[in-house]
Design a protein around this ligand. Structure first.
Ligand code: ZN
Length: 408
């Protein structure tokens, strides 16, 4: 597409002076339509919602439980039936660290409605402003009023073997290079992890479906990864990096044209895509509806080795949002933190995509469902789900451009 546009422009520059307006009009209409518009149109709100709803049947999908393992099986079956047939799993061991007692003199969580200090640095390096309310992880089953859901979430996590699944679209021109499009599939807090991170997982699954369509071809490869153990400290993505970083770009078996781990070109993580209702009000409450100026927040980490390259990747998403997203704009920030892209950021250009900035905003209580029993499917309405769909349009558009996607 890019090459074609450049050639067309070159032709017009050389011969444009002599052409009549009618001829130039002809030239324009002769251009093939942008195939990415057609790819993006294959996403739709009802499908995205149905995939989130499908994930919520496994409750909070807490790592190390039967419901987490059942969710991985379900995700893998969905990926295969949507055409992303090259599914694989990695296996790793997870032993939780014993809980640390709170250090004497450590700050207590902020009470509801408290105006936080203005100069404190947020997680990831940002500067929080305005009204802040407390955040935390619910560990009390009785705070879940839905008895059926409470029972579903009852089995505790057991230390030991873990798995996570990914599938790969193999590039036709450069099968040895790939972008990784990812989200974490585990959750906690005694809800359904509908937003955190059913919304990101569903986005990745929907992109896997669109790119795996038999009529879609990409020059480079794309891997769709659903990390486990994010909520315990990014353990699943860290295990992937440890096991596979040295396999990058190696043909195996030699001469086969197969690359089990294509060289990493970029990592795009998706986490909590639905809820941007703005900052808390002075009394600590939140507005009931998605704010009209809601946006998709694309973050890179200023203090990472590849900050410049990661920033460039973030702007690629911002531009793709301008071209392809229907409703909500994208905003770039420099304080990516607390998600699986952190496991990759010193090795490959890495960004995260979210409903809000993680450090300044979510950390200041902008998402009252975060790790709470209220993070269930029925909490959200179409304006919320549409923010996630717009994030999907954004990443799909950018990845289609970056991997040279076309429709046969
Ligand atoms: Zn999350």
């Amino acid at each position: 597409m890019y090459r074609h546009t450049v050639q067309t422009m070159a032709i017009m520059l050389v011969s444009g002076v002599a052409m009549s307006a009618a001829q130039r009009g002809e030239q324009r209409t002769a251009q093939p339509p942008d195939p990415i518009i057609s790819l993006v149109s294959r996403l739709d709100l009802e499908r995205y919602k149905a995939t989130i709803k499908g994930l919520t049947q496994f409750g909070d999908r807490r790592e190390g439980t039967d419901r987490n393992r059942a969710a991985i099986d379900w995700i893998e079956a969905q990926l295969k039936s949507d055409g992303c047939v090259n599914t694989e799993r990695i296996t790793y061991d997870f032993q939780p660290r014993p809980a640390q007692p709170r250090a004497p003199g450590a700050p207590l969580p902020l009470a509801t409605g408290v105006v936080g200090p203005q100069t404190e640095t947020a997680s990831g390096g940002g500067r929080p402003r305005g009204i802040r309310v407390g955040t935390g992880v619910n560990i009390d089953p009785m705070k879940q009023p839905d008895e059926k859901l409470r029972a579903l979430n009852m089995q505790p996590s057991t230390p030991g073997t873990r798995q996570e699944v990914y599938c790969t679209k193999v590039g036709t021109g450069h099968p040895d290079e790939m972008y990784i499009v990812a989200a974490h599939m585990d959750g906690h807090g005694w809800g359904e992890a509908a937003n955190d991170d059913g919304s990101g997982t569903a986005l990745v699954m929907e992109l896997a479906r669109v790119f795996s369509s038999p009529d879609v071809q990409t020059d480079r490869s794309i891997r769709f990864a659903l990390w486990n153990n994010e909520e315990t400290g990014l353990n699943g993505s860290a295990a992937y990096v440890a096991q596979r970083k040295d396999l990058q770009g190696k043909e195996d078996p030699s001469g086969s044209g197969r690359y089990p781990e294509p060289r990493w070109l970029g990592l795009i993580q998706h986490d909590m895509m639905l809820f941007d209702h703005g900052a808390p009000s002075p009394d600590g409450t939140m507005r009931k509806q998605q704010r009209p100026e809601a946006d998709v927040n694309v973050e890179f980490q200023l203090n990472s080795k590849l900050a410049a390259e990661s920033q460039a990747l973030a702007w690629a998403l911002e531009r793709a949002n301008e071209q392809y997203a229907t409703t909500y704009p994208a905003t770039v920030g420099s304080h990516m933190t607390n998600t699986d892209s952190s496991s990759f950021m010193d090795l490959v250009p890495s960004i995260s995509v979210r409903e809000n900035q993680r450090g300044n905003e979510i950390g200041s209580g902008w998402d009252p469902q975060w790790h709470q029993p209220t993070d269930v499917y029925t909490t959200y309405n179409d304006d919320d789900f549409r923010l996630g769909l717009n994030a999907a349009q954004t990443t799909l558009g950018a990845v289609a451009q970056l991997t040279g996607a076309s429709i046969r």
